[in-house]
Every structure is written in C-alpha cells, then in structure tokens.
Design a binder for this molecule. Structure first.
Ligand code: MG
Length: 250
C-alpha cells in the first residue's frame, strides 16, 4: 500500500515537473570576499564555509605535464602550457597564496563538505587533452574522490574522454551548442550552459530533466536572472555572488 502511494506520488511529482531545489555553485570558488582570490584554496574553503553545493575551479597543464589550478592559459606573463612547473609554483595569487597544484587543491577539498566542480580546460591538441583527462581521473580515483568530484569542459573531446575513463561520474558540457539528447547519446549526463543559451533554449532544461540529466547555468550574477533560473528549476546556478543566490533560495 505504502509502495503504491509512493509511486503515485512520484508520478504526480513527475507530471507537475517537481524538481529538487536549485543549488549554488561558487564560480572559481568564493573569491569576492576578504582574503580570497579566484581559484585559490582559500576560495574553496570559503565556499564550503557557506555550505554551498559546490565550488568550481579550472585545471591547466604545465609544459612538463603538471596539473595546476588556474583559469587563464596565461598567468602573470607566463604561457602555462609552455612553462615548467618549477617556474610557475613560485607565483603568488592575489591573496598571497601560492599557485595551487591540483593534488594539493584536491587534498584540501577532500577535507571539506562540498562538491568539487572540476573544469578541464581545452588544449591545443587532442593528444594533450587526452593525457590531461587520463591524469586527472587517475588522481581523483587514487584519492578516493570519485563521488566528490564532478567534471565540466568546453571541449567535446574532453567530455568524451571523461565518459571513457570515468563513465559513472557527473560530466557536463559547457559549450552551449548541442541539445541535451545528443549529449546523452554520448554518455554525457549534464549541460552547464551560459545563461544566454538557456534563455534562448528554455526547452533544453525540460529536455535534459526528462533524460535524467542535470542542468547547471553560468555565470549568473544578477539577482533577477538568478530568480528566473530558480523558476526554470535548473539544478545548479554557478555564480560569483553565491551569498545573494543563497539568500534568494531561503
Ligand atoms: Mg571555469
């Protein structure tokens, strides 16, 4: 009887389009706060202090194959892909912290109760991208972080490589030019699209949900847009203003 009631409820919920409440992801960590900086370990810890769903960060590779956390392909005059790690590791972030390498970053992240939204940046060649994906996934598995790490990437090749290496992980495509159903066929189980893409294609939110895929949207910093996406029932809002989004959801 109880089971019948529960399945009837699930059916009604499905028809009414009920989704779990939208959750908040801090874009490059929670960096717009005292003592923090984009993609710093402090920004990750501050995101966790705010009890957000996730903290996003970007992964690049140095000329000697070391994985580091940084957004731009250039950092303080150095092209990361053409510079060895020993030269980059001395560089300080805006808050005085050293440029973090991925291993150190994940080690700190493991101690926090927050999802680690790991963006693998696009690279010049597929060979480099394939190697980066293999190395990142190997590190994540070795550190037993498979449940805590979720992947995002603009490169379709990176997403496909992720499916190959870690098919049960959360993997979302960022580039905004492919309908959810096409991605689902490739084993990619989420879209993480620019807000303008989802304003243009609101039907993709429903399409993704019907396929059991997650929907994330970036980078939403205006309150009115946050509210629009909450009303559209996206799963995650990625923002530089996580406290404002949290307040709206209260
Ligand atoms: Mg990013």
């Amino acid at each position: 009887m109880k089971r019948m009631f529960l399945s009837a409820f699930a059916l009604v919920a499905c028809f009414m389009g009920l989704q779990a409440q939208t959750q908040v992801i801090a874009h490059r960590g929670f960096w717009k706060t005292e003592g923090s900086a984009q993609n710093s370990i402090t920004a990750l810890e501050k995101a966790a202090d705010e009890k957000l769903y996730g903290s996003e960060f970007d992964v690049q590779v140095t000329s000697d194959g070391k994985l580091i956390v940084n957004h731009d392909s250039k950092f303080q005059g150095f092209v990361i892909a053409e510079t060895p790690y020993k030269q980059l590791k001395k560089i300080r972030l805006a808050n005085g912290e050293k440029l973090p390498n991925l291993k150190k970053y994940l080690k700190k992240g493991k101690k926090q109760d927050i999802q680690l939204i790991l963006e693998i940046k696009s690279h010049k060649s597929k060979e480099v991208e394939n190697q980066v994906v293999a190395d990142v996934v190997k590190m994540v598995k070795k550190m037993n972080l498979e449940k805590q790490v979720e992947y995002i990437a603009f490169s379709l090749n990176v997403c496909e490589q992720l499916v190959k290496h870690t098919p049960n992980s959360e993997i979302a495509y960022l580039n905004g030019d492919i309908a959810p159903a096409e991605l689902k066929k490739k084993g990619i189980n989420g879209i993480d699209y620019n807000q303008n893409v989802l304003f243009k294609h609101p039907e993709w939110v429903k399409e993704a949900h019907e396929l059991g895929m997650k929907v994330n949207v970036w980078t939403v910093n205006k309150i009115e847009n946050m509210q629009k996406f909450i009303d559209m029932k996206v799963d995650y809002i990625t923002t530089d203003q996580p406290l404002e989004t949290k307040e709206l959801l209260r």
